[in-house]
Write a protein that binds this ligand. Structure first.
Ligand code: DGL
Length: 265
């Protein structure tokens, strides 16, 4: 039983840690399109074929039972096309607008994403469908995914830059304040401590990782339960691998992913 977790870089590790918790017996292939990172600034007409090609090669090579697209920028653009092309289940990562709309008390919440994700029709449709009664602020950051990627591989974070990037998420209106910020880029949960440090007031930061892992479990259903019941279950994680499209990850990245149980493919 193999699950492929795909992202442009290392952000999908925020989804992977929940996949480990919810599906401990699955073998993991983490596919990082680091050669093309970051996806946030790519034009859609170039990014769709890029995503399709990389995932298509990954499927041909590793034959996964399910693919988690652990990237909002890719999911909001290419999920429909991927589902049309391949006959295996896909779980996407899209902005958690519906839960935010259900949970907000003030009626003001923000979606913090890449520049690509905030421009997508998919994201706008989610807001129109699920949050028509809320006031939603969409904030696209040019630099946070890169800052998170560098932070994960050992660089320090300039809190002033982080503060500037998240500042537009905080809205005050008619005596009410933003009370939820949706983390709509899988890199951002790794910066949550920095976000908390510079936030002008406390908010709930919504990370979709656990519901995504649960959706993967639901889609795999009996297929997963059979593996999990058998003696071959992979709780040691010894079969988990990571494939970098650059074929040339830095030393820090290799060290980091080994902490997630991933060896180089
Ligand atoms: N981690 C990705 C996401 O969830 C994208 C980061 C990037 O490549 O810009 O959107």
């Amino acid at each position: 039983m193999t699950i492929m977790v795909f992202d442009s870089g290392l952000g999908g590790l925020s989804i992977l840690r929940e996949v480990h918790a919810v599906l401990p017996a699955a073998n993991i292939v983490y596919l990082a399109d680091d050669a093309a990172f970051p996806y946030g600034g790519w034009e859609p007409d170039k990014l769709v074929p890029q995503i399709i090609n990389v995932i298509s090669d990954g499927i041909a090579r590793y034959r996964p039972d399910l693919v988690i697209v652990a990237c909002n920028t890719a999911s909001t653009l290419a999920l429909d096309e991927l589902r049309k092309r391949f006959d295996i289940p896909f779980v996407g990562t899209v902005p958690a607008v519906k839960p935010a709309a259900e949970q907000t008390s003030s009626g003001l919440f923000s979606v913090l994403a890449t520049q690509g994700t905030v421009k997508r029709q998919y994201t706008r449709d989610l807001i129109a469908e699920f949050a028509d009664k809320a006031h939603v602020r969409l904030v696209g950051s040019k630099s946070l995914a890169k800052i998170a990627e560098s932070y994960l591989t050992g660089a320090s974070v300039d809190l002033k830059i982080v503060e500037k990037q998240i500042e537009p998420c905080f809205v005050e209106r008619d005596g009410l304040r933003t009370d939820i910020i949706v983390l709509a880029c899988t890199h951002y949960p790794f910066l949550i401590n920095q976000f908390r440090k510079v936030a002008p007031w406390p908010v709930d930061w919504l990370d979709p990782a656990e519901p995504i892992a649960r959706q993967a479990l639901r889609l795999l259903g009996a297929k997963y339960n059979d593996v999990s019941d058998s003696a071959n279950s992979n709780s040691s994680r010894s079969n988990d691998i990571i494939h970098f499209t650059s074929q040339n990850p830095g030393r820090e990245a290799v060290r980091l992913v080994s902490g997630f149980g991933l060896s180089l493919a």
